[in-house]
Design a protein around this ligand. Structure first.
Ligand code: M6R
Length: 612
């Protein structure tokens, strides 16, 4: 998805901007551009394709300006092209703008501006913004130092949709203005210089001190100052937040790809997510103070998220039901937000988002708040938009996840959700204490079991080499093994472009078995001893029809026609997805590599889906 970088200081801006864009590449994009202030004029350079194409443009080295804005675009309105890439300027070349998000009413605004004589050169929604700012700027007869701010404010009141915007203007050449609504933007504070970005990792090598912008805040930056205004242009104060991540954790660190690095980071991510939460007699989670009275009155818990984060919810539902005895519904955020869900003040709504910026998940959270429910966010990014909207926020400590395909965020989310369920269960006292005690110790043993699972990956690699040319695959499982199969199947689709489906094994006979024929690949997960016999029967049903089966199991099973058995350590079935997902992550990874694909940046996908 689109990325934003900005710089205002005393150094040459272009290398800083391009370096920032390179660090945002993982988000997925199709074109890139920068604008710097050169001798009181705006100089624009943009190109279709990778940041490298921008870097190769003639004249890029001659940019010496110390103020600039930059952008990687992921097309929403208008195809990927040089004309449609950002920055966009107004007709008089006085205002340059980069924009993340979508302007929903741009047709209407464009018609208005066309009537006023403005011309458009791109097919984007963004181009209305610099022209509208110019329009309001020219209409304003008061010539004071807030004239541009007023033009930006008036423009923003006309915009419907979501935006994070950086504005450069020849009318205020030593300043920059930024504004956001429903799209992330942070300001990095330096010494005599300031940085802007849509994502912290892009500027983390320059500063660790950040201002996190809230919706509708307008910011005026100079080299030595950052002034914040509300939407009425009243100055407001904001606190600086120091971010603990270091820039190195956003590098590949010797691994061929971020995805592989992140798969191997899972033991550490889990250790850090567990932190000290299980150290004392009863579980303590920072910033949570749910009382027994509140918990026992809860009529339902919704877990709402998108993609992998939603799968983490599905994998954890079993624990909540088993030890809290509360009905759980796991829902897709883009469905939840439009289906008028049954929520009242006795409903708890939990939202999971690695980035904390997923537009649908944030909208689903806002909806629950309007209906009086308590909201709890689970995110990997401190201070992300979702955590600022929710009543309560708790964090996975997976470190920055750069690869588009989520791996360590998933396992950290499942761990944290299980800890949350135990935290509720201890207060509710609806199950025997030993059940919780045993689960705690199983969770504490997870990091070393993940290390064991990651030790020898050769079998998975060899199987991937045999099947990487296939067109379809199936994932089967029961209970939490089914939940993890959904995630395995999503991973495969995302990075190997192989079509796959996950089914609850018991559903096979109700239709999907018609698709099983000689040579079809099936990934069958079997970690629950109680369901083992039934799962093995299902595997036999596909083996007899000629399927090649990769079995992921913690049990001693007979080969019986199974092509490859991947043995993983035994653990409580409630948390087995944290181990069984690892062979699936590696399987998809090896297939993608074998096919020569870009593992970290799969086609059409973005790391952070900040638009609907
Ligand atoms: O940042 P979020 O956790 O809200 O992102 C949700 C999904 O977009 C994300 O999990 C997506 O499905 C991943 N690409 C999966 O690997």
């Amino acid at each position: 998805m689109c990325g934003i970088v900005g710089y205002i200081g005393n150094k040459k801006a272009s290398p800083i901007l391009i370096n920032g864009l390179l660090r945002l590449e993982y988000r997925g994009y199709d074109s890139a551009g920068i604008a710097t202030m050169e001798n009181d004029k705006i100089k624009l350079m943009k190109n279709k394709g990778r940041v490298n194409n921008l870097y190769k443009l003639d004249g890029i080295d001659s940019l010496v300006g110390t103020i600039g804005i930059a952008h990687t675009r992921w097309a929403t309105h208008g195809k990927p092209s040089k004309e449609n890439s950002h920055p966009h300027v107004d007709n008089s070349n006085s205002f340059a703008v980069v924009h993340n998000g979508i302007i929903e009413n741009y047709h209407e605004l464009k018609n208005f501006l066309v009537e006023k004589g403005y011309k458009f050169v791109s097919a984007t929604d963004t181009e209305v913004i610099p022209n509208l700012i110019h329009y309001y700027f020219m209409q304003d007869k008061i010539d004071d130092n807030k004239k541009i701010l007023r033009a930006v404010k008036n423009t923003c009141s006309d915009l419907k949709g979501s935006y994070a915007i950086e504005i450069l203007s020849v009318y205020n050449k030593d300043k920059m203005i930024v504004v956001r609504k429903d799209s992330p933007l942070v300001i990095g504070k330096g010494n005599g210089e300031n940085y802007i970005s849509s994502d912290i990792p892009a500027i983390l090598s320059y500063t660790k001190d950040f201002y996190l912008l809230d919706d509708n805040e307008i910011v005026e930056l100079s080299r030595n100052d950052v002034k914040f205004y509300n939407q009425d242009l009243k100055e407001i104060q904001k606190a600086i937040k120091s971010i603990e991540w270091n820039a190195l954790s956003a590098e590949k660190d010797g691994y061929e790809d971020f995805m592989l690095k992140e798969i191997y980071e899972q033991p550490r991510a889990i250790r850090e997510t567990i932190g000290a939460k299980l150290d004392n007699g009863t579980i303590e989670i920072e910033d949570l103070d749910f009382s027994k009275d509140y918990l026992k009155d809860i009529n339902k818990i919704y877990i709402v998220a998108c993609g992998t984060a939603m799968h983490a919810g599905l994998a954890s539902k079993y624990t909540f039901e088993k030890i809290c005895k509360i009905p759980i519904e796991v829902d897709i955020a883009s469905e939840f937000r439009y289906r008028d869900p049954l929520i009242d003040e006795k409903t708890l709504c939990i939202y999971i988002s690695q980035s904390g910026e997923t537009a649908d998940t944030i909208a689903a959270l806002k909806l629950a708040k309007t209906k009086g429910a308590k909201t709890l966010a689970i995110s990997n990014v401190i201070g992300s938009s979702i955590t600022r909207e929710a009543d309560y926020s708790i964090y996975t400590h997976a470190g920055p996840e750069i690869a588009v395909a989520s791996t360590k965020a998933y396992t950290s989310q499942v761990v944290l959700l299980n800890i949350l369920a135990m935290y509720f269960a201890e207060k509710l006292e609806r199950v025997e204490k030993d059940i919780i005690k045993n689960l705690k110790s199983d969770i504490l043993n997870l990091p070393s079991k993940i290390e064991e699972t990651l030790k020898d990956t050769n079998q998975i690699y060899e199987f991937a080499k045999k099947v990487y040319k296939e067109k379809d695959m199936f994932f089967l499982g029961r209970g939490t093994d089914y939940a993890v199969s959904l995630e395995g199947s999503l991973k495969l689709k995302e990075i190997s472009y192989i079509h796959s489906e996950a089914y609850a094994s018991g559903e096979l006979k109700h239709g999907p078995i018609a698709l099983i024929e000689n040579g079809v690949t099936v990934i069958a997960t079997m970690t629950n001893k109680k369901l083992l016999e039934k799962s093995i029967s299902n595997v036999q049903e596909v083996v007899t029809r000629g399927a090649k089966v990769l079995a992921v199991t913690s049990e001693d099973i007979k080969n019986d026609g199974i092509s490859e058995i991947i043995k993983i350590p035994k653990t409580n079935p409630l948390i087995s997805p944290i181990l069984s997902v690892i062979p699936m992550q590696l399987f998809s990874y090896y297939i993608s590599k074998e096919k020569g694909l870009d593992v970290d940046k799969p086609r059409n996908l973005a790391k952070s889906v900040t638009v609907e």
